[in-house]
Design a protein around this ligand. Sequence first.
Ligand SMILES: [Zn+2]
Length: 381
Amino acid sequence: MAALLPFTVTHKDPATSARAASLTTPHGVVETPAFMPVGTCGTVKGVAGWELDRLGPQMVLSNTYHLVLRPGVERMVQLGGIHRLMGWEGPILTDSGGYQVFSLAARRALTEDGVVFQSHIDGSMHSFSPESVVDAQADFGVDVAMVLDECLPFPVEPSAVDPSVDRTLRWARRALSRAEERREAGGWAGGLFGIQQGSVDPDIRRRCSDQLAAMAFDGYAIGGLAVGEPSEVLHEAVDFCAPMLPRERPRYLMGVGYPEDLLHAVACGVDLFDCVLPTRSARTGKAFTSRGEVVIKNARWADDDTPLDPDCGCPTCSRYSKGALRHFFISKEATSVVLLTIHNLYFFLSLMRGAREAIMAGRYGEYRDRIQSNRNMGLGD
Ligand SMILES: [Zn+2]
């Protein structure tokens, strides 16, 4: 069996379960806790590769479902793989697409072998199996691949959870054997993460974790959260889900979330995050700042010549005022999305960099409380 991606926990916060660690991938070392910007279709929307270099994320995320549909696996290979496509030579993780396929609801059919679904682009029929999803990610050349899982909605009929988790576990076993075959065959040296499911039921989450832990995954994700549950429910679920996952491997909370959710999950021992919030919010004119959120179209910013965030060192804040950003946004200039995206990503990346430094200094709790009280003070909308 091929060796797992090296992962070392270097610092533990004395008062919380927060930890600083490093994960070595074929395209470099990921220092955690880390936030991964999302590039669903193979590009972080509005951000060129050289801008990504400047922002310096530890790893970026893309999506198997979207890339399999378009441009397709063969064309991805023809175009030189995912790093070449994205214009980014750092570590890349791809989500399996389970979440996207299961969101299609009426347009998919589930079998033991996998899932058959209709493309949201042109209505054509496609199928995913645990093996085909690993093959696609290995063909793309990703650094971290994710297993195909069944992502349940919230709330869900309790009797549906156990059979679904059983299937996710059977699929996880099949995905792992395929990943081992691909690594042994050569040409791909990425890792594979398993995904814990079980809705908000602690007993089922525990059972799922224990069975996944018995399989040699490179890391373990918490899936099936941030699917519409209230934030107290999310936080409580992270409280019990995170410690169930093996401590000697990276833990990844999928699709979460707001800065407060990230800070909470870091304190529970989560290492990796991804979320569309910073990029999607930029497109709707919302900026995250150290003093809360700013809705840039609001008339109160029209004559404001100060930056979005007085504490931000990003290229947008160093050069543009809120008044200018508001003007670009209401004039529908593409530049406004680019500038807000860069600021928002910088904010999330700095938040996690600060968390890592605070953990290394043994003062994570203090850091989290300070960030939260500044944000609650508000400057924004
Ligand atoms: Zn900024």
